[in-house]
Write a protein that binds this ligand. Structure first.
Ligand SMILES: NC(=O)c1ccc[n+]([C@@H]2O[C@H](COP(=O)([O-])OP(=O)(O)OC[C@H]3O[C@@H](n4cnc5c(N)ncnc54)[C@H](OP(=O)(O)O)[C@@H]3O)[C@@H](O)[C@H]2O)c1
Length: 255
């Protein structure tokens, strides 16, 4: 395997692949300060250029393109003449179509944040979406995800795009709401952790898949008096968002 990109994901999956017995031939990244430490951990050569990686790319059965989404297509295309025709090109992105890779190609998308700021959730057992241009590529995706004993989901490109949307709504948008709630507390001199037990309860809906059944609150109850009191406390930009969400909750629960 050749690893292209030595960022957050490579630094966690590279060692997992090595521990699972994969032979990592080379790490290529843009900066030496990223490539070198990862290559050192993996005990393999590294480079910041393609020429030094030519031998490894020609020998590789798998090339993992673990770079910023916007660069996957360009880098994969640039490498295609350097790898053998049977080499499976793999990317790890939830949002990027499989078609940006030439065939055989595969996607292995661990549905997890690798950003240390998001907190440390164990890699082992991570739900992982896989897709392949053919059966062999899909088999390679399965083998790669087995390194973290993934909870595997085979999906079409459309299904993966929808899964990425769901992940963004659930993670990024829910976190934004949490940050806004903490801001309301901070502005009134209250501890931002005042709502911590509620948040523990909230995550249960995500863990058990029954968030809709767990919905509570004034918008669901149609409690206009409380909604009005809240509006009086909100900044104008948050008021618009609050009203939109309250209307959406009411519509879902009382169509
Ligand atoms: N972050 C997450 O939570 C997460 C979760 C699931 C999937 N993914 C997917 O995993 C992939 C990698 O994401 P990431 O978070 O690891 O990204 P990242 O931390 O931003 O790392 C990207 C890496 O790409 C390297 N790179 C940029 N331009 C390059 C070039 N021209 N040639 C070679 N290397 C280059 C960077 O190099 P330098 O460091 O050397 O500058 C960096 O090491 C993405 O497709 C992403 O969608 C991410």
């Amino acid at each position: 395997m050749v690893l292209v990109g030595a960022g957050l994901v490579s630094c966690e999956l590279g060692p997992a692949w090595k521990a699972a017995g994969h032979d990592i031939l080379h790490v290529i990244s843009r900066k030496a300060s990223s490539a070198q430490p990862l290559a050192q951990r993996l005990g393999c050569p590294w480079s910041t250029g393609w020429t030094e990686a030519a031998g490894a790319l020609a020998d590789a059965e798998v090339v993992v393109v673990a770079v910023t989404d916007g660069l996957i297509e360009e880098l994969a295309e640039g490498m295609s003449a350097m790898v053998s025709p049977s080499c499976v090109m793999v990317h790890l992105s939830g949002a990027t179509p499989l078609e940006v890779l030439r065939s055989p190609g595969a996607v292995v998308w661990p549905v997890r944040s690798f950003n240390p700021k998001a907190g440390s959730v164990p890699l082992i057992g991570t739900p992982t979406v896989v897709e392949g241009t053919d059966q062999r590529a899909l088999d390679v995706a399965h083998v790669l995800a087995a390194a973290w004993n993934a909870d595997l989901v085979e999906a079409s490109g459309d299904q993966r795009a929808a899964a990425h949307l769901a992940a963004v709504i659930a993670d990024n948008y829910a976190n934004h709401m949490l940050a806004e709630a903490q801001e309301v507390l901070r502005q009134r001199g209250l501890p931002k952790t005042l709502i911590r037990n509620l948040i523990e309860g909230l995550t249960q809906g995500g863990l058990h898949g029954d968030a809709r059944e767990r919905q509570t609150g004034p918008a669901k109850r149609g409690d206009e008096a409380t909604l009005e009191r809240h509006r009086a406390l909100l900044s104008d930009d948050m008021k618009a968002l609050y009203d939109m969400l309250a209307a959406h909750i009411a519509q879902r629960h009382h169509p």
